[in-house]
Design a protein around this ligand. Sequence first.
Ligand SMILES: [Zn+2]
Length: 545
Amino acid sequence: MKKILLSIAVSLLFLNAIAQSSKPGQSRFSHADTLRGSVTPERAWWDVTHYDLHVAFDFAQKSIHGYNTIDFKILSTSANKMQIDLQSGLNIDSVITGREKLKYSRSGNVYYINWPHQNKQSNGKLTIHYSGVPREAKRPPWDGGVIWKTDHSGNPWVTVTCQGWGASVWFPCKDYQGDEADSASLTISVPDTLKAIANGRLRNKLDEGNGTVAYTWAVVNPINTYNLIPYIGKYMNWQEIYEGEKGKLDCSFYALEEDSSKARIQFRQVMPMLKCFEYWFGPYPFYEDGYKLIEAPHLGMEHQSAIAYGNRFQNGYHGDDLSSTGWGLKWDFIIVHESGHEWFGNNITTNDIADMWVHESFTNYSETLFTQCQFGKEAGEDYVIGTRKKIENQFPIVGKYGVNNEGPIDMYYKGGNMLHTIRQVINDDEKFKQILRGLNSHFYHKIVNGKDVEQYISSQSGIDFSKIFDQYLRNTRIPVFEFKADKDGFQYRYTDVVKDFKLPLKIYTDKEEWIKPTESWQQLRSTSKQLTVDRNFYVETKEIQ
Ligand SMILES: [Zn+2]
């Protein structure tokens, strides 16, 4: 019984916040899915440059109020209605540009604002005042909303999770992953007995004179909407400098006062994590905004430069080893995985969440690389291979485009094993590392499509991986390597593969050798009686008698 419950809990993590994003494998989508997940005419004409969000939380009423000032570039005059997403429970109270009040109408979770200045300006700015009772997260971080908790001493402890669900669950914005603000600031008003923390650096702390303090935090780098997050509580803070590839990186740690002694020990894993990830992926992508790890009342999330941590100061994933090899209990899953997203997810962000494998497959593989950094290459291999039993092969990894549809759980373990297989084919770890670093410099702070990443890997490695990506990302079958002994050695071929699939394999007979199986039988001349495929390739092997 315990085991079943545990496996359900593990799958839930990886289904992320799909309660409101459409489901993996879903084939019919609603108008609301299209409004959330596509570039509608009311979104296409403007490009967000800055969000300046001000919010106050009423702990007793579980309500919020505030305003978001949005700066944007006007890209075309094709439309004059602006789509602003804001989910039910919250209401726009007014929209103002300059001294002018703008008209608006509502349709479900979308507001349409009349923008009167087309043809007259190249940049726009408006302020949206809003208030209400936002959705309360029921299963954070897997669904979206505000988390109203208290610490053991009864102090408020409040934050938000909204990946997949959408940041419009708590503030009005263009809730579309393909349009990141180039910078953002978040001002949070709290009782002066508490602290408020958010992304980036503390710009200002203003005593508002009525027993409240307004903290203003700001990032100077592009950020997507679900990453912009407040944390409110009775926090302790300590700092450390990481001497990194781009110089001194300010690392700041926040834990509740009551947990700070445990946190000071567990958070020591951050320094070796940064060292390992800078080695494999290149410099931490947000030196200007610093790195923060913040205790949160949920398991964890990759909030840019302000990672949420709730793994109870223990190693593994909630104390569990996802690889069942023992290696997954040697380090803190949330520190490693959520920080890995700073490179894959926050630095390189996908346009459409259907390509979320770019975030999750590489970040899953960051766990393997961290295991290798700490315990050697064989340990890393054990780890990634150990996670294969969690692969379901029920739905293709790539979701449906344009309807806010993310991929299934396989974007983690299967994606990680696909990357591990690609690494074997490249067969040159220095080159593999340069490709991972190259991805992070070539697509630095960029929005990409999955295909851009696929093509970059093929072009930089000089190996056409297109059919390998088709096989593992857009198809649910696992390549089967079939072989049979004959008088000259062995015959071999692939089955269950996409057309023109060519994955070279490292095999062991009486020696190590490389073969290039296709769907046609080929002959391997050998005097060996045995043939095994190198375990690092994610294929099934079938000996035909
Ligand atoms: Zn992740």
